[in-house]
Design a protein around this ligand. Structure first.
Ligand code: FAD
Length: 108
C-alpha cells in the first residue's frame, strides 16, 4: 500500500478495508505502526506522516528513514534470508569489485 501525506484528500484508500489500528491525533487518524514501519497486517507497511508510533517526529528525515526501513522489511517479507539491516554500498561485498574497478579507472 502506498499512501503519502497528512491530508486525506479522498477515500481512495480507506483504513477500514485493511482493519488497521489507528490513533486519533488532533482530529486526524494515523495508522499505528512499529518504528520499522510494520502494521499489524503482515506484508503491509506504512511510511511517512500517515504512520504513528510513540516518539515519532513528523519530519522529512523521518520519512526517509521510514522508507529505508520499509524497503528492508519488504525484502525480508519476500525473502526470510534478506539482511536485517541495509548496508552502505562501500561496505557491501557485491560492490567491492565494481568499486575497485571504478577507482582504478579514474585514479590509477
Ligand atoms: C507547514 C509545514 C511545514 C513543514 N516544515 C518542515 C520542515 O521545515 N522540515 C521538515 O523536515 N519537515 C517539515 N514538515 C513536515 C514534512 O513536510 C512532512 O513530514 C512530510 O512532507 C511528510 O511526507 P509524506 O510523504 O508522508 O506526506 P506529504 O508530503 O504530505 O505528501 C502526501 C502527498 O499525497 C497526496 N495525497 C493525499 N491523499 C491522497 C490520495 N487519496 N490519493 C493520492 N494522493 C494523495 C498529497 O496531495 C501529497 O502530495 C512540514 C509540514 C508542514 C505541514
Amino acid at each position: 500500500m502506498v499512501h503519502l501525506g497528512a491530508n486525506r484528500e479522498a477515500n481512495t484508500i480507506t483504513f477500514e478495508n485493511f482493519a488497521l489500528d489507528t490513533i486519533d491525533r488532533n482530529g486526524h487518524d494515523f495508522i499505528k505502526i512499529s518504528s520499522d514501519t510494520k502494521t499489524k497486517i503482515a506484508g503491509l507497511f506504512v511510511v511517512g506522516d500517515l504512520g504513528h508510533y510513540t516518539g515519532k517526529n513528523y519530519m522529512l528525515a523521518t520519512c526517509l528513514t521510514d522508507a529505508i526501513n520499509a524497503a528492508t522489511q519488504v525484502a525480508r517479507y519476500l525473502d526470510e534470508n534478506a539482511q536485517e539491516q541495509v548496508m552502505v554500498s562501500t561496505h557491501y561485498e557485491a560492490f567491492e569489485e565494481r568499486n575497485q574497478a571504478i577507482l582504478l579507472h579514474y585514479f590509477d
